[in-house]
Write a protein that binds this ligand. Structure first.
Ligand code: MN
Length: 568
């Protein structure tokens, strides 16, 4: 019979199983004896595949056992109490968590919230529950073709929108990409067919080319005495290729990393030595060297990336990392436990429980605090979508810390992300040394500096442009504490209209004066008509004393010809 589980892996898994895992296997076999999967194979295969995945991720004994038992409470007469009696509280707790997550399907709006909430609640308690759910989903996605089409589509969308991003945030890039790829043919059937028919030949041609230059790469690494473990190349996943094509007007010619080299080396020093050897061989493309070892991605990803101009003037991407970095990139949080095991030498013995308090995953902590901020389920869902399921940008504090913010984040979001007090007392912002309005959209690698003033309160207008739930909740909270209605203390805005002759640096000079008076600038416009240059600064203040001081100072700036203001 056709089976979705590798029988060789099953034998190895059962050979190495501990008594608890063997017992869980027999228990699951009995409980699911009469059940078949939609594919016609025994139900047991599904729970075996789930447990084997968890074992390969290096998880602890109760988690692997729970992988085998994860569907018994849901699908058979077995109760949670029986599990606790037979296998202990830990296993019963984990299976309960998985059952709870599985209970609510991702359909209507309200139900989505419930589902996501339960998932996150479970995660905040114990990440192992999420890992079991991810292993379960991985096998379900592999056998998705046997389900009716409406169910197939719903599960694929849920996988792409909820589980793949979750895996990514846990640092499991391998799994995240795999889930996206498994979902892609179901969520985008016609696009998938287009990719297949337009790309298969190109992938083949590309691989042939890399095969041709591979010996040169290996020779260069050898000559540079780099401790190499492996040199191979991998085709870009269809799902991520499709996302990239959307950004490049579907022009395949502009995609240079269809197939990329991956060099695995022995040490961090070898990573940089390998990068040097490659750059010595072929010139790198400016702006395409990424050092995620010195500056890891927020999900923990570490690697060196570079794109070089190789033979026949063709561009080739290289990814260089150590074996440890590679395993972490594939398995994320789970990889940490696998190392403990390797050091301890005994299977399962050294594996520890994964609690959400793990310091390496700061966003789990964020989740906890956000949960408390929201009472309206719709708002909670929206905040989740915005904060987790969208692209992120990475900006830098003046001290060099890298912050992970959602796409479209503003200096106010940044300020609240650093600290609620900094958010509340924020009056201005500099990006890469230049004053910007507070609703300015930040971009990756911007250096952001917040100008604060003691005792300042946030403006209700900020709610119009902030994108993070943290900032929104903090602004609301602070405003609630200061007045009964948001409308009442909404400050008036003032527009300064300044006539000048054109000069580089003039806008900065004026911005400096305004922000030194602790007035925030919301917008700056400039226009030139008939030789007259006009700057308009929209500022958040109604303090006439301050305004007249600012005007006096601006009048004294060189090249300022006249100044006017009005409340708006
Ligand atoms: Mn299952």
């Amino acid at each position: 019979m056709d089976t979705s589980v590798d029988q060789k892996k099953v034998r190895k898994f059962l050979d190495e199983a501990t008594p608890l895992i063997k017992k869980a296997y027999s228990f699951a076999k009995r409980a699911h004896a009469d059940q078949k999967r939609k594919s016609g194979e025994p139900y047991l295969n599904h729970v075996l595949a789930t447990a084997i995945t968890l074992d390969e991720w290096g998880l602890d004994e109760p988690t692997v056992a729970s992988g085998l038992l994860h569907d018994v409470v849901e699908d058979t007469p077995v109760t949670s109490k029986e599990l606790a009696d037979e296998f202990g509280e830990d296993v019963a707790f984990l299976v309960d968590g998985v059952t709870k997550i599985g209970n609510v399907k991702y359909r209507g709006h309200e139900k989505q919230v419930e589902n996501l909430r339960k998932m996150i609640l479970a995660m905040a308690e114990d990440l192992r529950v999420i890992l079991i759910k991810l292993a379960d989903r991985r096998h379900n996605m592999k056998t998705l073709e046997f389900l009716p089409s409406n169910k197939r589509k719903r599960i694929a969308i849920e996988t792409a929108e909820v589980y793949a991003p979750l895996a990514y945030r846990l640092g499991m890039q391998g799994l995240s990409g795999e889930l996206e790829d498994l979902a892609f043919p179901h969520t985008h059937p016609s696009e998938y067919r287009w990719l297949i028919s337009n790309l298969e030949a190109r992938y083949g041609e590309r691989e042939k080319y890399l095969e041709k230059i591979k010996p040169e790469v290996e020779k260069a690494l050898k000559e540079a005495l780099v401790g190499v473990i492996s040199v191979d190349f991998r085709a870009k996943r269809y799902s991520s290729l499709y996302k990239k094509l959307l950004r490049y007007e579907m022009d395949i010619e502009r995609i240079h990393d269809l197939v990329a080299f991956r060099i695995i080396v022995k040490s961090v020093a070898d990573c940089y030595a390998a990068l040097g050897a490659i750059h010595n061989l072929w010139p790198p493309m400016p702006g395409r060297i990424k050092d995620y070892i010195a500056m890891p991605k927020p999900n923990g990803y570490r690697s060196l990336h570079t794109t070089v101009i190789s033979l026949e003037n063709r561009m080739v991407e290289f990814q260089i990392r150590t074996e440890e970095m590679h395993k972490e990139a594939e398995n994320g949080i789970a990889a940490h436990w696998a190392y403990e095991e390797a050091k301890g030498g005994k299977k399962y013995a050294q594996r520890k429980a994964i609690s959400a308090g793990h310091t390496e995953i700061a966003w789990v902590e964020q989740l906890r605090s956000w949960q408390q901020d929201f009472t309206d389920p719709k708002e909670f869902l929206d905040s989740l979508k915005i904060d987790f399921l969208k692209d992120r940008i990475f900006v830098i504090t003046p001290r060099g810390d890298v912050l992970d913010l959602p796409h479209g984040a503003t200096p106010v979001d940044f300020a609240y992300h650093v600290h609620s007090e900094i958010g509340n007392s924020c009056v201005g912002a500099k990006v890469n040394g230049e004053m910007v309005p507070l609703d300015h959209s930040l971009r990756s690698s911007d250096v952001v500096e917040i100008i604060t003033q003691k005792g300042k309160k946030p403006s209700p207008d900020w709610l119009d442009f902030v994108v993070t739930s943290t900032a929104r909740a903090q602004i609301r909270n602070t405003l609630k504490g200061t007045s009964h209605s948001l409308k009442v203390d909404k400050p008036k805005k003032i527009e300064l209209k300044i006539k000048t002759t054109e000069r580089v640096g003039l806008i900065r000079d004026i911005s400096d004066i305004i922000s030194r008076s602790h007035v925030s600038i919301q917008q700056v416009n400039s226009e030139s008509r008939g030789g007259v240059h006009t700057l308009r600064f929209l500022c958040n203040t109604e303090d006439k004393k301050k305004i007249s001081k600012i005007i006096l100072k601006i009048k004294n700036i060189k090249d300022v010809k006249g100044i006017d203001y009005r409340f708006v």
